[in-house]
Design a protein around this ligand. Structure first.
Ligand code: FES
Length: 187
């Protein structure tokens, strides 16, 4: 009896199975190698661009005193978290952070009051508490005039925080004691 040439014999089948097994392992091996090379390259690339957290500067300039008119200037609240206030003697800077739990109050020109949207604390133009749960008056940030360009330099970290007195109007600090260097510039 002669073998049918169209039917592969058992040896040939085994050979083909062995070949495809080898091909499979070769592919897995190459895949692993390429993946580890890719990971190493990515790690090196990331190392060249370290993750840096850019904090806003705590000491910054806000322009000349003449840039600020009488009363409250609200334009730096978002960018710098401050209000610049001018009275007939000079300038001071209030920190736009509520002394209750740290929300950002809003200035209402018609009422001459800062009002906190979170729990209703109210402050007057000096930062004294006129209502709500705030336990202390608004901070004032230290300021000075740059001797070279005459700009107002704000130190956001150095803050005036005197103990307020409880009065019928609310928690109050005598203004004379607040309008002193480095928390007030005469202009
Ligand atoms: S955070 Fe301003 S009243 Fe509570």
């Amino acid at each position: 009896m002669t073998a049918n040439p169209s039917v592969p014999d058992a040896q040939q089948v085994l050979k083909e199975q062995e070949m495809s097994r080898r091909r499979f392992f070769a592919l897995v091996g190459w895949g692993g190698f390429l993946a580890s090379m890719g990971g190493a390259t990515f790690g090196t690339f990331r190392f060249m661009f370290p993750e840096v957290l850019y904090e806003p500067p705590t000491i910054f300039k806000i322009g000349k005193p003449t840039d600020y008119g009488m009363g409250v200037t609200d334009t730096l609240k978002k960018e710098r978290q401050i209000w610049v206030v001018r009275n007939d003697k000079g300038l001071y800077v209030l920190v736009a952070i509520c002394r209750h739990l740290g929300c950002t109050p809003n200035w209402f020109l018609d009422q001459q009051r800062f009002r906190c949207p979170c729990h209703g604390s109210i402050y007057d133009i000096y930062g004294n508490v006129r209502g709500g749960p705030a336990p202390r008056t608004l901070w004032r940030a230290a300021i000075a005039l740059d001797p070279i360009d005459g700009q107002v330099v704000v130190n956001f970290i150095q803050r005036q925080d005197p103990d307020p007195k409880s009065t019928p109007e609310g928690l109050t600090v005598a203004e004379e004691g607040r309008e002193v260097a480095p928390f007030f510039v005469t202009t």
